[in-house]
Design a protein around this ligand. Sequence first.
Ligand SMILES: OCc1cccc(Br)n1
Length: 444
Amino acid sequence: GSGGGGDRSSALAGPPVLENSVQKIDVNPPKGTRDFPPEEMRLRNWLFHNFREVSRLTGFEEVDYPVLESEALFIRKAGEEIRDQLYCFEDRGNRRVALRPELTPSLARLVIQKGKSLSLPLKWFAIGQCWRYERMTRGRRREHYQWNMDIIGVPEVTAEAELISSIVTFFKKIGISASDVGFKVNSRKVLQEILRSYSISENLFAKVCVIIDKIEKIPIDEIKKELKSVGMPQEAVNELLEVLSVKSLSELEEILGGAGEAIAELKQLFSLAEKFGYSEWIQFDASVVRGLAYYTGIVFEGFDRAGKLRAICGGGRYDRLLSTFGGDDLPACGFGFGDAVIIELLKEKGILPELVPQIENIVCALDHDLQGAAATVATMLREKGQSVDLVLESKPLKWVFKRAARINAQRLILVGNTEWKKGMVSVKILSSGEQSEIKLDELE
Ligand SMILES: OCc1cccc(Br)n1
């Protein structure tokens, strides 16, 4: 029969089949999500280890938040793509919840929750899985892991300068140079000054930024239409689009005049870049605004100079985010760095790291009645901090050698009768083939 242990005639049948066994389930992960079998998990751990090492070097502390948040944290009315794709639902308590599409709102929530007990500046980093529900028309991913670093409590652009320095350190650490990747840097205060000069109200600011962010994704006429539809007068649209094509800070200064904060901050950032030693990594680009509604000042994005990939990372200042959640505002800036584009870049450059399983010992008994002895040897080595793959099933030696090679074991330890009687085991260094007999208590 199909299950239920029913008509098994022989007593030697296997364990009873579960009642009502189901049809074969789909063994693939849900659409847009990934499994991480060992080889992929080694690459992910390598990437995250480098994220953590750079964060440590810069004096950042690791934090994390629930992947599930109140939907309210992400409801912004600026027309962002991230909003359209919110992975949200009503839970069994009728609460509106969402899988986080980004980490910054959770950071803001925690900072408000902790309030005055926090000593500023805060330098926090996190590596968290973020989600979006995108119609699979484009077959794109629905989850990725993002490394975030944020500085809370520093009003000057020294914070942005240090964040960019951290990302440069990361790129160099994994073999990416300034000829592979650069950062486009701008300030949203340029746009703010233009809107003010036309006395356009501040609440258009976020919407206009989100529209401008699409400037390379949709036709310019569509951009103009959307800008007018949110209430920008024609002449403001014209000046804004003209400013976005400005190619240098000095050219921008001619248009805006030297008085505004935008120019001053950008100049300070570029001079700090000089001192940090990453000038050749960054360039001013008036067309970069990033797509998140809450940025208020400097914004930046890492791009591949070959122009084949989407933005590698991005970030900026968000001085007004906390007050949108009812908290007291604090100066804040940070970035997000996804785990997908960077791997595509390393593949493009042919510098993906070769990662193999690391195990020091494979231990096995030469005959079945030494199984216990093999377990004793394995335990002793593990207590000394040595990794051991213990083979307790009776296997032919050929099989053991094959497994040793596949798991990249450094040593093969054989427990055999003659040696064991002398309190010894046979040790074979697999790289050199050198074999010796070692007393148990001298094994390390
Ligand atoms: O960067 C946008 C984004 C957010 C959540 C999940 C994925 Br995949 N991508």
